[in-house]
Design a protein around this ligand. Structure first.
Ligand SMILES: [Zn+2]
Length: 180
């Protein structure tokens, strides 16, 4: 579990012990900008909760492992090795465990699904009327239709017997009357 320490001025430091490595992540947020920098040090496994202490010009961090005592100084956005002798034990505080750990880098805003286009409402201008699906346009008595193969065919009838005939027929299918 990572530990955190609030450095103030929008800066936080997170310490985590991953295997034999101490991972330090310095997270700062100013003017809405999130910045992170970090360093990893081979320290061995912590045997104590890491501690922090405020000193002039920064903050000291201290980890204790089977391999020894490690003290680092955080100054601005820099993390450097500090002199163990400088550790002010009487000012030290234990870091607070945190579930969250360093905030992940600002995620991209999720892409919103496209809103399907609403079917166009029938539009009327003067005597012209348009509507979609199927696309039709009506101007006065003239109806144009697109995307629709069923163009209306004028019905024709045999002039002799009155049976329905196909446009282009030369003879009536019922009585044989010559049509053209
Ligand atoms: Zn006929």
């Amino acid at each position: 579990m990572p530990y955190q320490y609030d450095l103030g001025l929008g800066q936080k430091i997170y310490l985590d012990n991953s295997g034999s490595t101490t991972v330090m992540t310095l997270a700062s947020s100013s003017s809405g900008q999130q910045q992170q920098s970090g360093t990893q040090v081979q320290t061995g496994t912590w045997t104590e909760v890491p501690q922090a202490a405020r000193i002039d010009g920064g903050v000291l961090l201290r980890c204790v492992t089977a391999q020894g005592v490690f003290v680092w100084q955080v100054q601005g956005t820099q993390i450097g090795i500090a002199d163990i002798a400088a550790w002010p034990a009487d000012q030290a505080v234990a870091l607070q465990p945190t579930e969250a750990g360093p905030a992940p880098m600002q995620p991209m805003a999720p892409i919103q699904p496209m809103t399907p286009l609403e079917p166009m409402a029938p539009m009327t201008m003067g005597n012209m009327r348009m509507s979609t699906n199927p696309m039709t346009m009506q101007m006065g008595n003239t109806m144009l239709s697109m995307g629709n193969d069923e163009a209306p065919k004028a019905k024709q009838f045999c002039t002799q017997c009155g049976s329905a005939i196909q446009a282009g027929d030369r003879f009536c299918g019922s009585c044989g009357h010559q049509l053209q």
